[in-house]
Design a protein around this ligand. Structure first.
Ligand SMILES: O=C(O)CCC(=O)C(=O)O
Ligand SMILES: [Fe+2]
Length: 294
C-alpha cells in the first residue's frame, strides 16, 4: 500500500479531522494518548532509556523529580537555541532511531506520520531527525526571546502553503507553563515568515498537555519554550519531518543501518521515510549507459 492511501485511511480510522482543523487554523495541535495509540507503558520505557543515556553522556545521574544530580556545564559555547545561555538548562540526545526499537516505532506512529503527511504531502514526507530534549529547572531558559523561531527558517522566502518541514513533540512528562512547556503563536504559520520580535513573544501562548501527548506543528509556526521554574525534568522527543526536497538534519538516507530499519512495527514505512527508495541523492551512476550494438 502506498504511503498516500495509507494516510487517508489513518485520518478516517483515527478520526483525525478535529486535529487537522486545528493544524489548519492554528498551525499546531495536541493529540492525546487515547487518540494516537502509542502505549503509555512504552512511553515509560522510553523515559527510563533516556535517563540512562543522559547519565552515560554527562556522567551525572538524572531523576524525573530532581533533574541532574550533579552541576553541569558546557565545555564549549553551545550553538543554536541555547547559545548565550548563562548555564545549561537542557541538552539534546540525538540520533534516537539508532538507539532502540521503541524510538523507531514512535517515529512511524501512524497518527504522527498521517498528520505530517497532511502538512508536507503524503508522498513527499520524510524523516529529518529524532532528538530528545532533556530539560531541567532554570530561570533563564532560552532567555527573554523564549527562543521563538519557525523550524523551516533555513528555507528561502516566500514560503507557500505546503509545509517544507513539520514537527512532532512527544511530551514524555506533563507539559505546563511553569514546567517550561512549548510556547507558540496561534495562526503564525499563515504569516509565512521567520519569527518577528517583539510580536512573537507578546503573542506566545503555552502548550499545556498531559504526559504522553503528541504535539504536531507546521514548519512555519512560530514557537519556542518557557523557562522551567519547577524542580525536576521536562522530557520530550522531537521527531522532525521534511519535504523530500529539503535536506535532512540527520543523514538517514545515506547511513541509517538497513537492519535497524527492518526492526520496527512497519519496516516498509520506515524505509520510505528514511528516503531509502528516493532517486536523489544518488550514490553511484544512476542513469543508463548505452553500449555498442552488435
Ligand atoms: O521544547 C523546546 O524547547 C523547543 C522545541 C523545538 O523548538 C522543536 O522541537 O523544534
Ligand atoms: Fe523548533
Amino acid at each position: 500500500m502506498s504511503v498516500s492511501s495509507r494516510t487517508s485511511e489513518v485520518i478516517k480510522n483515527y478520526a483525525l479531522e478535529k486535529y487537522l482543523l486545528e493544524l489548519e487554523v492554528n498551525g499546531l495541535t495536541v493529540v492525546p494518548p487515547e487518540v494516537h495509540g502509542f502505549p503509555l507503558e512504552a512511553i515509560d520505557q522510553i523515559v527510563e532509556l533516556l535517563l540512562d543515556y543522559a547519565e552515560a553522556m554527562t556522567g551525572s545521574p538524572f531523576s524525573l523529580d530532581q533533574g541532574p544530580e550533579r552541576r553541569l556545564y558546557f565545555a564549549e559555547e553551545p550553538s543554536g537555541l541555547t547559545k548565550g545561555a548563562r548555564e545549561p538548562g537542557q541538552f539534546l540526545i540525538q540520533q534516537l532511531a539508532h538507539k532502540h526499537r521503541l524510538f523507531r516505532d514512535l517515529a512511524i506512529n501512524p497518527v504522527a506520520v498521517g498528520l505530517m503527511g497532511c502538512l508536507i504531502g503524503h508522498k513527499e514526507v520524510r524523516f529529518s531527525s529524532h532528538n530528545s530534549f532533556i530539560k531541567w529547572q532554570g530561570s533563564f531558559g532560552y532567555g527573554p526571546s523564549l527562543g521563538m523561531h519557525a523550524d523551516q527558517t533555513a528555507q528561502p522566502l516566500p514560503w507557500g502553503r505546503t509545509a517544507l518541514t513539520a514537527n512532532t513533540n512527544w511530551c514524555l512528562t506533563e507539559y505546563s507553563n511553569a514546567g517550561g512547556c512549548l510556547a507558540y503563536v496561534p495562526g503564525s504559520h499563515r504569516y509565512g515568515t521567520p519569527a518577528q520580535f517583539p510580536r512573537a513573544v507578546q503573542q506566545a501562548v503555552p502548550v499545556e498537555a498531559a504526559k504522553g501527548s503528541l504535539i504536531a506543528f507546521h514548519g512555519a509556526t512560530w514557537h519556542g519554550a518557557f523557562p522551567k521554574k519547577t524542580p525536576g525534568l521536562r522530557l520530550s522527543i522531537a521527531n522532525y519531518y521534511r519535504h523530500q526536497s529539503v535536506t535532512s538534519q540527520e543523514d538517514l538516507s545515506g547511513s541509517f543501518p538497513n537492519a535497524l530499519a527492518e526492526d520496527c512495527l512497519d519496516a516498509a514505512l520506515f524505509r520510505t521515510l528514511c528516503g531509502f527508495n528516493d532517486i536523489f541523492p544518488y550514490k553511484k551512476q544512476s542513469e543508463k549507459v548505452p553500449i555498442i550494438s552488435s
